[in-house]
Design a protein around this ligand. Structure first.
Ligand SMILES: C[S@@+](CC[C@H](N)C(=O)[O-])C[C@H]1O[C@@H](n2cnc3c(N)ncnc32)[C@H](O)[C@@H]1O
Length: 242
């Protein structure tokens, strides 16, 4: 099928260490279209800053592989799955930092899946898989995921009617991968919205990560003014041990 003609604008984001000793620039093509998944959201820049700051944990982790005759140590890079990726800034940053990344967006939104692919292409990441994963649905794609260490979700809690579907998918993944964590950034849009009751219902728990602990308490981040004065929170959601 021919791609409809789209107007694209490339945005650059540069993540740096305090002293400027290391930096990473990624380029994200945005589509001039008001749909949610067509451009970078403030939450994405904050989550990407967290990924950048914790990158040393992403490159390699030691796992013990136990075979019948022997125990051996192997080095594996962390596997990160991004949910509701849209134009995929944080997944692209994670992949550039050495994680094995899988990008996903709704299976019903092929244009968003195309955005994921386009962001990979713009950053020379041809091997990153892009899959359709619709929150709340137990699909063949969800069932056939490889082991996952980290789930990335920037601004996935933006429509209250979707909150439970997002957590159903997260709960499914952490049941199969009990050590897995959801790293998520949330933009406060209403003081009445809360996920606390849903976390309990789906055997999940949450800790808040203060933005100042990863230098994200700024109106400008990664050369972008997107964070601005929005109230963004960073949370880590894990399996609740009952
Ligand atoms: C507010 S946007 C955030 C996009 C991106 N994560 C960011 O922060 O720039 C929400 C994303 O969730 C995706 N989405 C919406 N409903 C979904 C569903 N039911 N299942 C999976 N993804 C969905 C949208 O296509 C969009 O990419």
């Amino acid at each position: 099928m021919d791609e409809p003609s789209l107007t694209l604008v490339e945005k650059s984001f540069t993540f740096e260490d305090c002293g400027g000793s290391q930096s990473l620039t990624v380029s994200i093509p945005e589509v001039l279209d008001p749909h949610y998944g067509m451009y970078v959201w403030p939450c994405a820049v904050v989550l990407s800053q967290y990924v950048w700051k914790t990158r040393s944990e992403l490159q390699h982790k030691t796992v013990l592989e136990i075979a019948p005759q022997h125990i051996r140590r192997v080095m594996k890079s962390v596997c990160e799955l991004q949910l509701g990726a849209g134009v995929s800034l944080s997944g692209v940053v994670a992949a550039k930092c050495g994680a094995r990344v899988i990008l996903s967006d709704s299976a019903e939104l092929p244009l968003c899946l195309r955005n994921c692919r386009r962001s990979c292409d713009a950053n020379h990441l041809p091997d990153v898989p892009v899959i359709g994963l619709t929150w709340g649905q137990v699909s063949p794609e969800l069932l056939s995921l490889p082991p996952v260490d980290v789930i990335l979700g920037s601004d996935v809690f933006y429509e209250p009617e979707d909150f439970e579907d997002v957590l159903v998918t997260v709960s499914f993944i952490v049941r199969k991968n009990p050590h897995a964590q959801l790293w998520t950034t949330y933009q406060e849009r209403s003081a009445d919205w809360s996920i606390d009751a849903l976390l309990l219902k789906w055997d999940l728990k949450c800790i808040n990560v203060p933005l100042e602990t990863f230098d994200a308490n700024k109106t400008h981040l990664a050369g972008s003014t997107l964070p601005g004065n929005h109230t963004v929170q960073m949370m880590i959601i894990t399996k609740r041990v009952v």
